[in-house]
Design a protein around this ligand. Structure first.
Ligand code: MN
Length: 206
C-alpha cells in the first residue's frame, strides 16, 4: 500500500456515489488522539476498532469485540486505514457496496500511548504499531483503562492479507469480567440507537 496516500485502498474499495461513507479527511485539529469502536452488521457481525495515528484511523476488525477481561484474547484483523471523518459515520452502507450493512458508533474517546521499551522509555505510537506491539490507555464512554494490540501473525505483504493481531485488556483497575455486549442490543454512544433502529430510520443507500 502506498505510504504517500494511506487512504488509497479505502477509496479504491468504495463508490462514493453509492455510499454515504466519507471520502476524504485530513488531520483533525489538535488535542489528544482519538479512538472509535463501531459495530458493523455486514452479514458477519463485527466490531471495527480504530485508533488515530498520524492523521488517519488505523483499523482492525474485531469479530467478538473488545473485552474488559484481561484473560480474553480478542482476534483483531487489520483493515485499510480510514479517514478521520469515519469516526462519525453511523448509518447504512447500500446493498452491493463494500461493507454493505449497518454501522453504529458504539464507543469513542481519547487515548494515550503507553508503549515503552525495556528501559521504560516511551516508544512513539506509530513505531510501536510497526514493531507489532502497542499499549494504550482508553478514555471512552464505555471502554476504560489499558489495552494492548499485539501482532501474532505476519501478513503476506499485499494489503495486510493474513496479518493478525490480538486485542487484550491490561490488568488494571479498569479490568473486569465483562466481555463485549450483544451487538444486536448494543446502543450507539452518539445517538442511543441500536443497529436495527439505525437501519429502520435510514433505509438502504443514498
Ligand atoms: Mn467493518
Amino acid at each position: 500500500m502506498s505510504a504517500k496516500d494511506p487512504l488509497a485502498e479505502y477509496r479504491r474499495k468504495r463508490d462514493f456515489s453509492r455510499t454515504r461513507e466519507p471520502r476524504d479527511g485530513g488531520p483533525r485539529p489538535g488535542g489528544e488522539p482519538v479512538f472509535v469502536v463501531q459495530i458493523h452488521d455486514a452479514g458477519t457481525m463485527h466490531f471495527d476498532f480504530r485508533l488515530e495515528v498520524d492523521g488517519t484511523l488505523k483499523s482492525w476488525a474485531v469479530p467478538k469485540g473488545p473485552s474488559a477481561d484481561p484473560h480474553d484474547k480478542r482476534l483483531a484483523m487489520p483493515t485499510e486505514d480510514h479517514p478521520m471523518e469515519y469516526r462519525e459515520f453511523e448509518g447504512v452502507i447500500a446493498a452491493g457496496e463494500y461493507g454493505a450493512g449497518t454501522v453504529i458508533v458504539w464507543d469513542e474517546g481519547g487515548y494515550r500511548n503507553l508503549s515503552t521499551d525495556r528501559s521504560g522509555r516511551e516508544i512513539p505510537f506509530a513505531q510501536a504499531l510497526r514493531k507489532g506491539h502497542a499499549s494504550f490507555w482508553l478514555d471512552g464512554a464505555k471502554l476504560h483503562g489499558g489495552y494492548a494490540l499485539t501482532r501474532f501473525r505476519e501478513g503476506d505483504g499485499e494489503g495486510g492479507g493474513g496479518e493478525a493481531w490480538l486485542l487484550v485488556k491490561r490488568d488494571d483497575a479498569a479490568a473486569g469480567r465483562s466481555g463485549a455486549p450483544d451487538p444486536a442490543r448494543a446502543r450507539s454512544v452518539r445517538s442511543g440507537r441500536t443497529l436495527r433502529q439505525v437501519a429502520a430510520a435510514e433505509g438502504p443507500g443514498p
